[in-house]
Design a protein around this ligand. Structure first.
Ligand code: FAD
Length: 346
């Protein structure tokens, strides 16, 4: 209380100048506000008191931000700097860093505060480095030097043996992360009467780069049948999807991947990345076993370069046998269990 009173008195003396802007980072998960954010607003309010020569702003960034604006204003925030980016999850800290640093550079707050949470501990040093400013982490008390309005920060030092008082000289914004459960929680009794500055549409390039990067990563992780060394391929001879476990069992026994003809993909029995042929993947494994596949040209163009081809088909006239190194004429429901048995018994 004393600190707030001192600050207010000092603030009145210099109220003819631009208001001191304290910006608070609102940490949230998809629109659910984190407790540390209430505390950061509470800390900012205890610095400003009731003086109108201060302004409290809040950055709300990432997916689900817009829905939080009213709640943040009710806590006594005058201005929201909104980055409602539905493409950006809160944990994408590298992208958040660049966008938040850019907004801070444009708005030039004097002080930037946030919770010393896991997220805050990762995000704030990055932002400080980007802006070339100082950061004091894990603060337990804040006050303002009355004339210069530099932050005076208290934090434990030397393993908690002493309480250090730190001033961040000559840098702006002065940044600090606040130890959790130390600062008063902002009460949310106010009216949501602040102003929203919406920056949400101002980072299209960042959005494109981020979403493209994500797609490239997903592509990289996607299963690639073309790289498989051995493949058990299954065709319409399997009858129904309920019979596919037999094919999985054979593939598992020999450590092979599963491929398929197009009709099975069209039925939705297997994912499209497993289709072999003209409109699917071209494969060239060292072992290819065709189970219940007729050998239509559109399929064989995708597998005829395989090193060893084994075909199982109940029709001795099936074209697939023309490509096979070894052909087994028979019912796959009898042949495959025998096959598995032979392999398992060595
Ligand atoms: P089928 O031709 O019906 O053959 C089933 C086989 O199973 C038969 O030979 C039968 O004797 C045998 N069988 C039945 N029961 C048993 C049993 N119990 N035991 C053992 N054998 C049994 N197809 C692809 O695969 N890949 C492609 O990329 C592709 N691209 C296409 C593009 C175009 C533009 C078009 C028009 C078609 C394309 N097709 C493609 C489809 C292709 O023409 C064939 O229709 C398809 O390959 C046939 O699949 P299949 O061998 O599983 O079925």
């Amino acid at each position: 209380k004393e600190t707030a009173a001192n600050n207010s008195a000092a603030a009145d003396k210099i109220s003819e100048h631009r208001p001191t802007v304290i910006c608070v980072y609102i940490e949230h998960t998809g629109g659910v506000m984190n407790e540390s954010s209430y505390e950061a607003i509470g800390a900012a309010r205890s610095l400003t008191g009731e003086s109108d020569s201060f302004k409290i702003a809040a950055i709300i960034a990432g997916n689900g931000s817009r829905q939080l604006a009213g709640e943040v204003m009710r806590c006594g925030v005058d201005e929201i700097w909104l980055l409602d980016l539905d493409w950006l999850p809160f944990y994408a800290e590298d992208v958040l860093t660049r966008i938040i640093a850019d907004v801070l550079a444009r708005r030039q707050p004097d002080i930037f505060l946030g919770g010393a949470t896991e997220h805050g501990r990762s995000l704030f040093p990055r932002i400080a480095a980007k802006l070339g400013t100082g950061l004091c982490a894990d603060c337990t008390d804040l006050s303002l030097e009355p004339v210069t309005r530099r932050l005076i920060i208290t934090r434990p030092a030397l393993g908690g043996g002493v309480l250090a008082r730190i001033v961040i000289p000559h840098h702006s914004p002065q940044m600090a992360t606040l130890k959790e459960r130390v600062f008063p929680r902002a009460d949310r009794s106010g009216h949501p009467a602040g102003m929203i500055l919406d920056f949400s549409d101002e980072y299209p390039v960042m959005q494109s780069v981020y979403t493209l990067g994500k797609r490239i990563l997903q592509e990289g992780k996607r299963f690639k049948l073309g790289q498989a060394d051995s493949i058990v391929a299954v065709g319409r001879g399997i009858g129904t999807a309920a019979n596919l476990p037999l094919i999985h069992k054979l593939a598992g026994t020999i450590g092979a991947e599963i491929g398929a003809t197009r009709p099975l993909i069209d039925e939705g029995w297997l994912e499209a990345s497993r289709q072999i042929g003209q409109t699917g993947v071209i494969v060239k494994p060292s072992l290819y076993i065709a189970c219940g596949i007729s050998g239509a040209l559109q399929h064989t163009v995708g597998m005829d370069k395989s090193e060893m081809i084994i075909a199982i088909n109940s029709d001795a006239g099936a074209p697939i046998f023309q490509y096979a190194d070894y052909g087994i004429v028979g019912d796959l429901f009898r042949v495959i269990p025998e096959f598995i048995h032979c392999i398992e018994s060595g």
